[in-house]
Ligand binder design. Structure first.
Ligand code: NAD
Length: 277
């Protein structure tokens, strides 16, 4: 018996990285999965979004646990596409008990050089996309009079960061969405929380701009990420963390064990935030 037996989890950004780990983890505890992602790239980004092969890989991981996985290609910025994804999920499974709004992108530029496209792509995906996903799923949870929602914010939802002002603005905004949604949806027995990951070892942290940031200038590489992440927190020996550590926090937040927890932002950051400034 899994603690999520009979439940259905709708997860965005599920093709790879943290989203795939969330899908496999929740399935491993009994949930059927709706895995939503998109493909392609933005001109304002210096790495690619997931591929259809990535999404297929998530389906295989979920199915290896014995649970079902409905893969849907949809862009969280697209109101119609996310609405259609929710309808498809309900046609397939008849309910949605868990939402993990995890899809996100990253890019870097000094604020005075940041173009409108770069600002808009990140805000549209990381903030408005989270709102649109929550808005699309909420009526089902309200009707069911139950639900558990986890929004993916970041440590950058709780502190600033140089050269990615758009990302920090969006992730702070996600916490505003989370707290307001917790207030509105609490009376419907729907809990809404957020995870705030530190440095996680995924494609989002494994591209040249992040390597250079960790290096303190051009010429960074994978070892720059490892060294930079190792000095990020206060727990000795913890570098870039595996996505699984965030999935374990998500699992607890959506489980009945967290039945009295709502409106909370949970940092998983090796103690980064507690350091004196
Ligand atoms: P990732 O790039 O591997 O995963 C992000 C996924 O979101 C990709 O599969 C991508 O295709 C998908 N996606 C992007 N735009 C989308 C859109 N418009 N519609 C649907 N799907 C879309 O990176 P990750 O680290 O797994 O990121 C997951 C979440 O965690 C993001 O919200 C990110 O901002 C957040 N986060 C990451 C870190 C980190 O260090 N990696 C730290 C804090 C927060």
């Amino acid at each position: 018996m899994g603690q999520l037996d009979g439940k259905v989890a709708f997860i965005t950004g599920a093709a790879r990285g943290q989203g795939r780990a969330h899908a496999a983890t929740l399935a491993g505890h009994g949930a059927d999965i709706v895995a939503v992602d998109t493909t392609g790239s933005h001109d304002s980004m210096n790495y690619d979004l997931a591929t259809s092969e990535d999404l297929e890989g998530t389906v295989k991981e979920v199915e290896s646990t014995g649970r079902r996985c409905l893969a849907i290609t949809a862009d969280v910025r697209d109101t119609d596409a996310i609405g259609a994804a929710v309808r498809q999920a309900l046609d397939e499974f008849g309910r949605i008990d868990i939402l993990v709004a995890n899809a996100g992108i990253h890019s870097m530029a000094p604020l005075h050089e940041m173009g409108d496209d770069q600002w808009n792509d990140v805000i549209d995906t990381n903030l408005t996309g989270v709102f649109k996903t929550l808005r699309a799923v909420a009526p089902t949870m309200i009707e069911q009079k139950s639900g558990a929602v986890v929004l993916t914010s970041s440590i950058n939802g709780l502190e600033g960061g140089a050269n990615y002002i758009h990302y920090c603005a969006a992730k702070h905004g996600v916490l505003g969405v989370m707290r307001s949604a917790a207030l509105e949806l609490g009376p419907h027995r729907i809990r809404v929380n957020a995870v705030c990951p530190g440095v996680i070892d995924t494609p989002m942290t494994n591209y040249q701009d992040v390597y250079d940031m960790m290096n303190g200038g051009p010429g960074g590489d994978r070892s720059s990420l490892e060294e930079g992440a190792t000095g990020y927190g206060i727990l000795d020996g913890q570098g870039a963390l595996p996505a699984q550590v965030i999935s374990d926090a998500v699992l607890w937040l959506v489980s009945d064990q967290a039945y009295a927890v709502t409106g909370q932002a949970i940092p998983v950051d090796s103690g980064h935030l507690v350091q004196p400034g």
